[in-house]
Design a protein around this ligand. Structure first.
Ligand code: NAD
Ligand code: IPM
Ligand code: MN
Length: 349
């Protein structure tokens, strides 16, 4: 029995996660793969109630009792700043040392992309985002806060270990999945220290994978070329903040963040799965959010647990529902979150 910890999260997460959970359970059952879910109320409500978004020992609970974590977006306008995101999102990513944030984006229908002349499957990227350091290491501080002399410092941290393991994971993934190319997106021609370590470690690791085509590009050029020539890219590996931005760009190429799943992996430990999108306060509570990102995230989770049949069934059902026009508003349709979830489940076989 695979044990999944579920953190529903805030805002639209409370609308899309129940759909994705139901679909996950149905797909797993149809595949004869027993799973059990336990819910945790971590997030902004809990922060407002108790002053902490999740307990101090949350990661110990996850490590010791579960095979995977299924997490919805976190963030609530009632809590300004980043405190709950730091406690829960970064708390879990850092606490479980989830060093590779894998964000795949595949085009499911020609009418979902703003790019001319691209059809189903013709845009297909996987962003490997370093997930435990960079600007998110939160090294820095505020000085003379609240005065005209205020200084904000946010330092980047890049360790050999951190850079090497995510680049190696990207190449290993490319090799395993028959992907044709790995591109590193860095800033070697601008950032003296961070750029140098990324470029040097990339050169070192690529030598171990002679069968995988690879190249190095500057992050700004990648941002432009992803839109002009998306076919030039396959797997893109990059540092934490660049990867945050690039993965919103790759999701825009296939219909937006409402369709983009992600896996936060530690190859040796418990991994966490969450959609790329946030809590969408602008549409929360209306029942119109797209459940596809969370549902495709459930497929990544099942794949990771070894239920490839359930994962494939979910992807096929999503593809068929989109093809049939059974879509929420962001995909050009008019279905509610619930109706879209039902349409996907109806097609599970
Ligand atoms: P967002 O992803 O929540 O919203 C950006 C835009 O995309 C909005 O117009 C929104 O309506 C739309 N959108 C997002 N998900 C959608 C879906 N499933 N269906 C249809 N439309 C969707 O990003 P934001 O507005 O920058 O952030 C809102 C909050 O979410 C903030 O508190 C932020 O910190 C948090 N956030 C959390 C995560 C996470 O938990 N991993 C990720 C991103 C943002
Ligand atoms: C994401 C989000 C988070 C990040 C925020 C909410 C902290 O944008 O998961 O992409 O920057 O990682
Ligand atoms: Mn983001």
């Amino acid at each position: 029995m695979a044990k999944i910890a579920v953190v529903r999260g805030d805002g639209i997460a409370n609308e899309v996660m129940p759909e994705a959970e139901e679909t996950l359970l149905a797909a797993a059952e149809a595949a004869g793969f027993p799973v059990e879910m336990k819910h945790f109320d971590w997030g902004s409500e809990r922060y407002l109630r108790e002053g902490r978004g999740m307990p101090e020992d949350a990661c110990k609970t996850l490590r010791e009792g579960f095979d995977a974590v299924f997490q919805g977006a976190i963030g609530d306008p009632r809590v300004p700043g980043s405190i709950v995101q730091e406690q829960v999102i970064m708390g879990v990513r850092f606490g479980l040392d989830l060093y590779a944030n894998i964000r795949p984006c595949r085009l499911y229908h020609a009418d979902l992309t703003p790019i001319k002349g691209k059809g189903k499957g013709e845009i297909d990227h996987v962003v490997f985002r370093e997930n435990t350091e960079g600007l998110y290491a939160n090294v820095g501080g505020l000085f003379k806060q609240g005065t005209k002399d205020e200084v904000a410092l946010q330092e980047e941290v890049h360790t050999y270990k951190g850079v090497e393991r995510v680049i190696r994971a990207a190449f290993a993934f490319a090799e395993r999945h028959g992907r044709k190319k790995v591109t590193v997106a860095d800033k070697a021609g601008g950032l003296k220290f961070a750029g140098a370590i990324w470029r040097r470690v990339f050169e070192e690791v690529r030598a171990d994978f002679p069968g995988v085509e690879s190249n190095a590009m500057h992050i700004d050029a990648v941002a432009m070329e992803l839109i002009q020539h998306p076919e030039k890219f396959d797997v893109v590996v990059t540092e934490n903040m660049f990867g945050d931005i690039l993965s919103d760009i790759t999701s825009a190429l296939v219909g937006g963040v409402g369709l983009a799943p992600s896996a936060n992996l530690n190859m040796e430990g418990v991994s966490m799965f969450e959609p790329v999108h946030g809590t969408a306060p602008d549409i929360a509570g209306q029942g119109i959010a797209n459940p596809v990102a969370a549902t495709l995230t459930a497929a990544l989770l099942l794949d990771h647990l070894g239920c490839a049949q359930g994962a494939a069934a979910i992807r096929r059902a999503v593809e068929e529902a989109i093809e049939a026009g059974e879509r929420t508003g962001d995909m050009g349709g008019s279905l509610s979150t619930k109706a879209c979830g039902d349409a996907i489940r109806k097609r599970l076989s």
